[in-house]
Ligand binder design. Structure first.
Ligand code: G3H
Length: 482
């Protein structure tokens, strides 16, 4: 590929010693390069998407649904041939373990398959109906326009494709900017994009956000903004659009999902779910449990079980069998986590597990912090990493107030056995978060479930079926025949 402009190095979070000498500092491992597209090239990509959409008159937006599905099926077939390569890159670029990387790839393919099935069903169901005697109606779902899709580094394939595929299949043309970390793994799929879609329908751009995405937003030619990442990133970009009221946004943003451990909870199950919920992929999931409220009567027993469970998690490299804690891809992340930990300990929390918070290059040993309170940054800020704040409570109202007054509202977990108390809390929290998990960690899957949030955690809903609606608009055709 001949790309204009500068090349930018891509480093692995896996670090190495070049001389294999223990006294030598760890060096970042260079994986490859991506182009840094300049403004002119980004605008060419925009022109291509705008021309292919052609105000809704282009071949792609007007193509019959079943034909567009065939293009997506062709893409899926080619994508599956790249499975091993993409999984390896997920491991090397963002430090995902092999089982997690394979799961991300396979789940993304399932999502594409399920989208095709759902759209075929929807298409068959969209028959004519009688509005009233003498008037026949039909609801057509039409594309929105030019979509800009951006995904996060923690699920650079799955999170991005759960917007990219519905955007394409509903007839929008797309500009896709891969995540900053998790960018090389898109390379094996570029040929599949090229072979499967007409020119201009999907345009992949690289580069620094402000130089590339900023000018696209400022052009006012983006109709649909699908973004999974931070609130700041989304709002900075949205503000650049000259007519924000004409921009449809589908956003997955920050979260601080709490677990509330109630008196009578089954501690074995609770601890296992809390370990998985806080530490899967090093806690780098928007759906991770990010603060644990534990009833005072259980807290000693809870910490006595949680501490060894965390200490036993093997740290290592993504390809090592059984490893759970792996290097963090974001430069400076271990400093950020350490600052949160130091703030908490300076204000009275202690690290419960041996060597918790220890740093080894880009590896960070998980730390349980107890007792955490509202004066500490960890009580409010999203850590997006392996820190486990534990808050003891006497009155469940403290945990309820936390949820109700939080700026976020993605998910929460309740651990308990009393069906009446659980039922009351479910009732109370149903307006506060997008998903309530009972005796289970927070999670997005299965991807057929609605994925959304309240307050600053999301805009719009993603699921196989909901996404087809988010990326299209209904038009009613009503005809009088009498
Ligand atoms: O980071 C957000 C992901 O959508 C989380 O998905 O809960 O299945 O890990 P997950």
């Amino acid at each position: 590929l001949a790309w204009p402009g500068e090349l930018s190095p891509v480093y692995s979070p896996v670090q190495q010693r070049v001389q294999h000498d223990e006294s030598e500092a760890l060096q970042p491992l260079l994986l490859g390069y991506t182009p840094l597209l300049d403004v002119d090239t980004a605008l060419q990509a925009l022109d291509a998407a705008v021309a292919a959409y052609d105000l809704g008159r282009g071949v792609w937006p007007r193509m019959p649904v079943l034909e567009r599905i065939q293009h997506v099926e062709q893409f899926l077939t080619q994508m599956q041939q790249k499975r091993d390569q993409v999984i390896q890159l997920l491991m090397w670029e963002i430090g995902k373990t092999y089982p997690d990387a394979a799961k991300e790839f396979d789940r993304t393919c399932d999502y594409i398959r399920d989208t095709i099935v759902a759209l075929k069903q929807q298409d068959r169901a969209a028959s004519h109906f009688v509005i009233e005697e003498g008037t026949l109606g039909k609801i057509r779902r039409v594309p929105v326009g030019v979509a800009l899709c951006m995904g996060p580094f923690n699920y650079p394939l799955n999170e991005t494709f759960t917007t990219l595929i519905p955007a394409l299949i509903m007839g929008n043309t797309v500009i896709f900017k891969p995540a900053k970390y998790g960018v090389l793994l898109i390379e094996p799929l570029l040929q599949a994009f090229r072979d499967s879609f007409p020119a201009g329908v999907i345009n992949v751009i690289y580069g620094r956000g402000r130089d590339t995405v900023g000018v696209l937003m400022e052009s006012g030619k983006i109709d649909l903004f699908a973004f999974i990442g931070t609130n700041k990133g989304a709002s900075d970009l949205k503000k650049m659009h000259p007519k924000p009221h004409r921009l449809r946004a589908v956003l997955g943003l920050d979260a601080k999902n709490p677990a509330i451990v109630l008196p009578g909870a089954d501690l074995n199950r609770t601890v296992a779910e809390c370990v998985a919920g806080t530490l899967s992929f090093n806690g780098q999931r928007c759906t991770a449990l990010k603060i644990l409220f534990v009833h005072q009567s259980l807290v000693d027993e809870f910490l006595a079980a949680l501490t060894p469970a965390v200490e036993q998690l093997p740290l290592g490299m993504p390809w090592q069998s059984g490893v759970k804690i792996t290097p963090l891809p974001e430069p400076g992340k271990t400093d950020f986590l350490r600052a949160l930990l130091d703030d908490a300990t300076a204000k009275g929390a202690r690290v419960c597990n041996a060597d918790g918070g220890e740093r080894m290059g880009s590896l960070f040993r998980p730390a349980i912090l107890y007792p955490v309170n509202a004066k500490m940054r960890l009580y409010h800020e999203e850590q997006f990493g392996p820190l486990i704040p534990v808050v003891p409570y006497q009155d469940v109202q403290q945990a309820i107030d936390y949820v109700i007054h939080s700026n976020f509202g993605q998910q929460l977990s309740l651990f308990g056995q009393d069906p009446v108390q659980l039922g009351e809390l479910v009732d109370l929290f149903s307006n506060q978060v997008g998903r309530i998990n009972i005796n289970s960690q927070c999670q997005r899957g299965p991807d057929s479930f609605p994925f959304n949030g309240r307050k600053d955690s999301a805009e719009g809903t993603l699921s196989v079926v909901d996404a087809l609606r988010q990326f299209s608009t209904p038009t009613v055709v009503a005809a009088k025949y009498q």
